[in-house]
Design a protein around this ligand. Structure first.
Ligand code: PLP
Length: 402
């Protein structure tokens, strides 16, 4: 660390609430898969801002769209139509084979939108008695930070001191179809889960679980809503992670990469009968669906397809995963992943994931630990093969304790 780094860190730490525990590096510039700190050091980004940077930093085509639109019309609120939102909605719906969408900004807002939608759907379509609707969720979930969402978190660190919480949720173990089936009552309106749990440590459920969940939902007239905010839009080597399981949900929540690395753009995308529960006045967001976000989101989807980011994620992900599996390090307990989304379990008796991340940082690779024991590798999907090879050698060195 040096003077400049200290200067910026001190300011953030003094005037900013300490709701994160960042690595001690101060970034100032990004391009593609690479970022630079204020000292001029260069790092390969293996975090991609939790998938928000799937397109890489400052993607030139998305940047051009942003700048062009920023000089024309940025915000007009949904009090009026705008000439960008319709095409964005159409492209988004067709991409994931759904009927309608509702655009918000942050991921958490889109999850809240999903909660409102499925509850109202339950009252209107299942005739659930007023205020009795139940939603089933999975343990170790991560869906965001609002009070509504943390009400169904099983992670105490997300909840301590923030009660009272919202009723109406049942938590069942992730990957346990029988427990889920047993939790269903006539008042259950929906199951909301991630298909692969990101913040929990890239946790992949048992093969066939999601399919079983879908069948249970169908049999009981319960909606299946998948939170693909982190797993979606190519991260796992498919447009949606649920495609690996051959499952089509009733609605999907998207965010992060939907903003192309420039803006917060999120959406609930789903069946017509679900999205049609919203009537004027029942839900909204001042910034949701603004023309700047809509044009950036649209270009983000176009770039993802034009540059075959999904195919790259599948191909490079398999290559990367195999390379990591070949490292026989005493620190590694497990290596797993789908596409360019890989979690390495570190044996806490040997090393902390944090110390591995700090060592990787010194070697020019930015990752971030999750839950103290998992190091995640999720580079931008635009990463070049030679950069990936360079990283694999560095990672091998760090994990071998060299
Ligand atoms: C990041 C994330 C969210 C929350 O998104 P924000 O934009 O941070 O509100 C919700 N669900 C999943 C699966 C996520 O990874």
């Amino acid at each position: 660390m040096t003077e400049k780094t200290d200067f910026f860190m001190e300011k953030e730490d003094r005037f900013g609430a300490h709701n994160y525990h960042p690595l001690p590096v101060v970034l100032t510039k990004g391009q593609g898969a690479w970022v630079w700190d204020v000292e001029g050091n260069k790092y390969l980004d293996m975090m991609s801002a939790y998938s928000a940077i799937s397109h890489g930093h400052c993607h030139p085509r998305i940047l051009e769209t942003l700048v062009e639109q920023a000089g024309r019309l940025t915000m007009c609120s949904r009090a009026y139509y705008n000439d960008k939102l319709g095409e964005f909605l159409e492209t988004l719906c067709k991409l994931v084979d759904m009927d309608m969408a509702l655009v918000m900004n942050s991921g958490a807002e889109a999850v809240e939108t999903a909660i409102k939608a499925v509850r109202r759907w339950g009252y209107q379509h299942k005739k659930i008695p007023d205020n009795q609707a139940e939603i089933i969720v999975t343990s170790s979930n991560f869906h965001g930070r609002t009070v509504g969402i943390i009400s169904f978190s099983s992670d105490e660190s997300y909840r301590v001191g923030f009660g009272p919480f919202l009723p109406g949720f049942k938590i069942v173990p992730f990957g346990d179809a029988k427990a889920l089936a047993d939790a269903i009552t006539p008042n259950t309106c929906a199951v909301i889960t991630e298909p692969i749990q990101g913040e929990a440590g890239i946790v992949i459920p048992p093969q066939g679980w999601l399919k079983e969940v879908k069948e249970i939902c169908q049999k009981n007239n319960v909606l299946l809503v998948l939170d693909e905010i982190q797993s979606g839009l190519g991260r796992t080597g498919k447009i949606l992670a649920c495609e690996h399981e051959g499952v089509k949900p009733d609605a999907v929540v998207l965010g992060k990469a939907l903003g192309g690395g420039f803006l917060p753009v999120s959406a609930l995308v789903g069946r017509r009968d679900l999205l049609e529960v919203f009537t004027p006045g029942s839900h909204g967001s001042t910034f949701g669906g603004n023309p700047l976000a809509a044009s950036v989101g649209l270009m983000a989807l176009k770039v993802m397809q034009d540059e075959q980011l999904i195919e790259r994620s599948a191909e490079f992900g398999t290559y990367f995963l195999n390379a990591l599996k070949q490292i026989s390090s005493p620190f590694i307990k497990d290596v797993r992943g789908r596409g360019l989304w890989i979690g390495v379990d570190i044996d806490p008796a040997q090393k902390s994931a944090r110390s591995i991340c700090e060592e990787l940082m010194r070697q020019g690779i930015l990752s971030k630990e999750t839950h103290e024991t998992v190091v995640r590798f999720a580079p931008p999907l635009v990463i070049k093969r030679e950069d990936l090879d360079w990283a694999i050698e560095k990672i091998r060195g760090v994990l071998m304790g060299e």
